[in-house]
Write a protein of this length. Sequence first.
Length: 405
Amino acid sequence: MAATATPLTADAGSFQYFHTVELPARLAAGNGPLALPDVVALGSLAISTPAGAYTFVPEDGTVTVRPGDDADTVIEMDLDSWLGLISDLDTAPGLFYSGRATATRGKPLRFVRWEPGLRAMFHGLPPFDPDRVDLRDTDGSPLDPTRSFTLDDCERRPDTLRHFLTTAGYLVVRGVFAAEEVEAMLADAEVMQAEATPGDGASWWGRDSSGREVLCRVLDANRFERFRGLSDDPRIAALRSVVPEPLVGRDPDALDSGTVLWKRPDVVEGLADLPWHRDCGLGGHALNCPTVIVTICLTEGTPEAGELRVLPGSHRGTFPFVDGRHHAAPTGVPVTVAAGDVSLHYSDLMHASLPPTSSQGPHRVSALLAFVPPEGGHHRGGRHYNDVLLDHHDGQVEHLADRFG
């Protein structure tokens, strides 16, 4: 269901109106039954603010709204955060990491698990079922989710690549960068690795089982001219041409406009290994999506090296955050890449970065850049939604389950 035409603000009147008029109307129009299957086993959830509290109860074939906080899980937040949540600008993980939401009853991660249901209730976005997705090629036949393309395909059949990207949510293009170019980028990455220090505000760190600090990501790769020029490289421009949305490169001088990540074996703390997530999972979806992430593969992306897996078609629905190693986690489809390959994916696509299965390297190293809506930004005036991860003086980025589980 489309968002309400009634302007909502962070005040008591909007809070009461939304829960007594606007949300019941959305639920009755179909959003309630849409959300129910995903939340029916989660118990009730209450959102409590200085303006009062309302509880969401899965029952009678829908989700009903009741005044008060008589719920299995109660989440307390201010009215600005509530408005961000119902506007698809704030998320449960983002609110927890930034300290703007607190579980006063029940487990914090239950609120995180409710998120697909909340997005269905508020916005009519369907929960995604990876076991029932039906992806079709241009001729109506089943889409091969492991298919890859070449730069020549961009010129000869761009509509085919565009259809695959918009349908599956990702795209793999082989052999875009030559071996000598990859080696030069790896050499720059070695310098970045040597210069990064824990707590510098421009890098993510974790720890291995021995307690050693390990670098997982640098955010200022654009200090190096080779990385700074990637957004304007004609080969990247050719790939961008198959994206139907009018996206632009991020400001090359901004932190996070060019990043490099390293997969590390034996990491037991931090976010070296990302769970099933979407890249707008810490906030900003309504402003910054669609965004397309471009990944330049500098080494192989095998299971031994630490592979990326995706849920084809999941950018058109919503799916819970879950550890990729959890027994109930979906398997997904591996993004099988070699050095010099390039992949594209929509930021809404659910994907997981799994730990290497081998202690022997080389492990996966990738360079990332993004193309974003021209009008995008941060609704609270911040620099980047991911900055909430950088609140530790030692640069350690805690896994959500470790911090709030």
